[in-house]
Design a protein around this ligand. Structure first.
Ligand SMILES: Nc1nc2c(ncn2[C@@H]2O[C@H](COP(=O)(O)OP(=O)(O)OP(=O)(O)O)[C@@H](O)[C@H]2O)c(=O)[nH]1
Ligand SMILES: [Zn+2]
Length: 351
């Protein structure tokens, strides 16, 4: 297993270079990310035939799922190339921004997916790279060859370690310390803010996922900014606790893909449907990272500040006991009312 190979593959996809994925028992799968391809790169990758790989959610949006003979409904979908395929059409398949204004010209035919493991790994890699989950497949000259195990090694939270700690008085909690974590080959730098001193009780813990728009720009579309400050206050009031600031922007799909979801929300889709149209899971976060950070901080039991049962389940599954769920309530504003209602009605948030 080589996390290093996976890091090279992520880099290659971002730069528009082809890669190859080999899963045991399956034919090799070469890939060129549609988002970073252009006509020249596509010709070099696939002088002859090629396929187009998308997620089942995107295929469902494009009404392609009904053509599938059999198999798992969540399995990625491979579209056979048609004579009228070009970059513009591939971009329209990959990117939902113009679904409503310019319907796709078909018909398309999907192929039996003979490489379920490699294709699923490809979509995971696109998410990690912050790219649209859509690829040209079966071309030539890959830059690097990897396996699904390499991706797992790259994502393995056990690789996280503490890089540095320093005192950091913050607004609302003057007695605080910041601790930064790093794992080799990954650019993500997660941090913990420890407020107060351990007092024998399980800490109040908040898992805050990065939200550049809300945390930094004061976006009113979500509740992240106020929630971040309210969490620090709540921890301070409880005497001691930990805020984990997780670099899992956009529930794990990255900033650019989250902003694509926002553009779809401008067209009327809610937060759940926007993610599905893009081809992502509704919540792609891995709370194993948070569990690992808490373990490195010596905390196996927490009182978790959240309304999201999936966070409780995710931490417990990763070996941290949640002895209490502490709910939080913040006033809504006209811009985030629908977002919060969707969280309550469609993703099981307990308000
Ligand atoms: N993909 C996507 N991500 C969003 C959207 N709105 C906010 N986010 C992200 O959602 C994450 C914030 O979620 P959290 O504050 O952890 O909230 P939660 O999981 O809903 O549950 P709580 O713990 O109860 O707050 C941040 O990473 C945001 O960037 C959206 O419309 N689409
Ligand atoms: Zn937010």
């Amino acid at each position: 297993m080589s996390a290093r190979a996976a890091a090279k593959a992520i880099d290659a996809l971002r730069r528009g270079w082809p890669i190859e994925l080999r899963a045991p028992g399956e034919e090799p799968l070469t890939l060129l990310a549609i988002e970073t391809a252009d006509e020249g790169r596509l010709r070099a990758f696939a002088p002859g035939d090629y396929g187009v790989l998308i997620s089942s959610g995107r295929a469902e949006t494009l009404k392609l799922l009904n053509q599938r003979a059999s198999g798992d409904p969540d399995q990625p979908v491979v579209i056979e190339r048609a004579p009228w395929f070009d970059m513009a059409l591939a971009t329209a398949i990959a990117d939902p921004q113009r679904d409503l204004s310019t319907p796709l010209k078909g018909p398309f035919r999907t192929l039996e997916n003979q490489r379920p493991v490699a294709t699923a790994a490809a979509l995971q890699l696109a998410r990690i790279a912050g790219l649209l989950p859509a690829f040209f497949t079966d071309g030539i000259d890959p830059e690097v060859t990897i396996t699904p195990d390499d991706i797992a090694a790259h994502e393995d939270a056990a690789r996280l370690s503490i890089a540095v700690r320093a005192r950091l008085p913050v607004d609302g909690a003057e007695d605080a310390e910041i601790i930064a974590f790093r794992s080799p080959e990954s650019a993500d730098e997660h941090v913990a803010l420890i407020v107060g001193k351990p007092n024998g009780r399980a800490p109040v813990v908040r898992l805050h996922s990065e939200c550049l728009t809300g945390d930094v720009l004061g976006s009113l579309k979500c509740d992240c900014g106020p929630q971040l400050h309210a969490a620090i206050h709540a921890i301070e009031e409880s005497r001691w606790g930990i805020l984990l600031y997780l670099r899992q922007e956009g529930r794990g799909i990255g900033l650019i893909n989250k902003l694509r979801a926002y553009a779809l929300q401008d067209q009327g889709f809610d937060t759940v449907d926007a993610n599905t149209r893009l081809g992502f899971a509704i919540d792609a976060r891995d709370f194993g990272v948070a569990a690992r950070m808490l373990t490195l901080l010596g905390q196996g039991e927490v009182r978790l500040l959240t309304n999201n049962p999936a966070k409780v389940a995710g931490l417990e599954a990763a070996g941290v006991r949640v002895i209490e769920r502490v709910p939080h309530f913040l006033p809504t504003n006209p811009h985030n009312e629908r977002y919060l209602a969707t969280k309550r009605d469609r993703t099981g948030h307990q308000l």
